[in-house]
Design a binder for this molecule. Structure first.
Ligand code: SAM
Ligand code: SF4
Ligand code: F3S
Length: 484
């Protein structure tokens, strides 16, 4: 067996991770497809199973782009594919367990069809303990490559096919930024555009800084070029991606890089710009002002807060006090009253008291979020919080999650009811799978709208009159199509 990327680390070490990913040359590398890989996929099919966040979805699109460039064609499911890639997520244990379940089921398939190639990539592939488990207990997995080795995938695949030796390319290299990677986008109208990779925040519960490395920004001209090209091909909406987009450019020495970037993206004239996700610590008034003044920056903000308790926030290493979050919230609402506001919340952080949980409920009562993604704390091996003493039983954590979710959906429904009778501009994602006269799409405020209408195409902007509201969706009917 050939193992690339040694030494790997048996435990995730915060200091080591910080050091090994800090080095960053501002030169960006430009991807070139290895010549010999160009015909690799002729007559072969692939299927990619993507788990986790938008960063992974975008990586999946890059992998698909590479494979199509190598002559592969996309298969409808795992059974029809010669090459199956599991593009994994490690954010919570449940995500990891799910993948282990899926790849466990492949053993039988591999015995029946040894020529079939199974590969695993994504965040789990950057976790030493996970890689070791795959190496020793999952021989059906042929190729493992981490998030830092995405650009090497064609060569790794070519090597594997030449030698048929299990290959692990899992090293965490000093942060690089590679441009010109091929892409096969899932939608012709909506695109994810990476503006930065990695995360520097080291929240004590979170695995991402270890699996994705230090924050590194793409050059602004590369981002703008990608958006212009997408627009020229008929694209309507871009979502700028990063773990903390409002830290954009800090590593490049820019003072207010995110605002500059927002304005440069707005100047491209693309119809809609969104961004995901922000961090309260890096908030700048100027970026909210860009949202307010630039028509094509959508009035929807996702700002994860995690907890309403100062003690919990401190132990999470979030870097702000809750009073600051309240202030930000008030300021943003004052500047853009129509803006929708969503967040992430964790319950059951180690030794979270009833009072601390109450503080989170108080915050929810105050902010009345349009939506919140809620999670029970999941200890991630090697992160500081995984070692914190925790006397809170899982039963209590589950009860808290239920209480929180009930509260969130109450406000979500109230907020949505406020849209009844209003007209929203929706970018159509296509007809509903169940009913061809019903369409779905997102409004400028990022509300999911199901609506009736006729002869509407994916990618059309449609004015929709809202007739009904549920907690997480709005119903309506098409009033008029714009620009047709
Ligand atoms: N970078 C974003 C931020 O901090 O605002 C979020 C990134 S993370 C992919 C998405 C969400 O997963 C986090 O906001 C947090 O609520 C949740 N999360 C991360 N690690 C977790 C853990 N160990 N247990 C439970 N939830 C977790
Ligand atoms: Fe994880 Fe915190 Fe970074 Fe978000 S900011 S990715 S929660 S370490
Ligand atoms: Fe999961 Fe990695 Fe995203 S851990 S949430 S796929 S950055």
């Amino acid at each position: 067996m050939r193992v690339q990327g040694f030494p790997w680390y048996n435990t995730l070490d915060m200091e080591e991770t910080k050091i090994r990913n800090r080095v960053r040359s501002f030169e960006r590398d430009v991807f070139e497809m290895p010549e010999m890989a160009a015909d690799l996929g002729k007559g072969r099919t692939f299927f990619i199973h993507t788990y986790g966040c938008q960063a992974n979805v975008r990586d999946g699109e890059t992998l698909a782009g590479m494979l199509v460039n190598m002559g592969f064609t996309e298969a409808g499911d795992v059974d029809d594919a010669d090459l199956v890639i599991f593009n994994t997520c490690a954010i919570r244990k449940a995500a990891e367990d799910h993948v282990f379940g899926e790849i466990g089921n492949l053993k039988h398939r591999k015995e029946q069809n040894p020529e079939k190639i199974f590969a695993l990539c994504g965040c789990m592939a950057q976790m030493p303990a996970v890689v070791e488990r795959i190496r020793t207990a999952y021989p059906q997995i042929d190729l493992v490559f981490g998030t830092h080795n995405l650009d090497r995938f064609p060569r790794l695949l070519q090597d594997f096919l030449d030698r048929r030796e299990r290959t692990f390319a899992v090293e965490s290299v000093p942060g690089s930024v590679i441009e010109n990677l091929p892409v096969q986008r899932t939608s012709a109208y909506k695109a994810f555009v990476n503006i930065m990779y990695g995360c520097d925040k080291f929240c004590t519960y979170c695995i991402v800084p270890y699996t994705r490395g230090r924050e590194r920004s793409r050059m602004m001209e590369d981002i703008v070029r990608e958006i212009k090209e997408f627009k020229a091909s008929g694209g309507k909406e871009v979502t700028l991606l990063g773990q903390n987009v409002n830290a954009y450019g800090k590593d490049l020495g820019m003072e207010d890089g995110f605002t500059d970037l927002l304005n440069a993206c707005a100047d491209t004239g693309i119809d809609r710009i969104r961004f995901y996700s922000s961090h309260p610590r890096d908030y700048t008034v100027s970026s909210i002002e860009a949202m307010r003044t630039r028509e094509n920056i959508m009035p929807a903000l996702h700002l994860p807060v995690q907890s309403g308790s100062n003690d919990v926030l401190r132990r999470m290493n979030r870097g702000y006090r809750i009073e600051r979050f309240y202030e930000l919230f008030d300021d943003m609402k004052a500047r853009i009253p129509d803006m929708t506001f969503t967040t992430d919340l964790i319950v059951g952080f180690p030794d979270e008291t009833d009072e601390q949980f109450e503080d989170t409920l108080k915050l929810v009562d105050y902010c009345k979020f349009d939506l919140a993604y809620t999670f029970i704390f999941s200890p991630r091996e090697g992160t500081p919080a995984a070692g914190y003493a925790d006397g809170i039983p899982m039963r209590v954590k589950k009860e808290r999650l239920q209480t929180l979710n009930d509260r969130i959906s109450l406000y979500a429904r109230q907020k949505n009811q406020g849209y009844i009778g209003r007209e929203l501009l929706v970018l159509c994602d296509g007809p509903s799978k169940k009913n061809p006269d019903t369409y779905a799409g997102y409004s400028e405020e990022n509300k999911l709208v199901n609506f009736t209408g006729r002869n509407i195409q994916e990618g059309d902007f449609v004015k929709v009159e809202i007739t009904d509201a549920k907690s997480y969706t709005l119903d309506g009917r098409a009033a008029e199509r714009k620009g047709l």
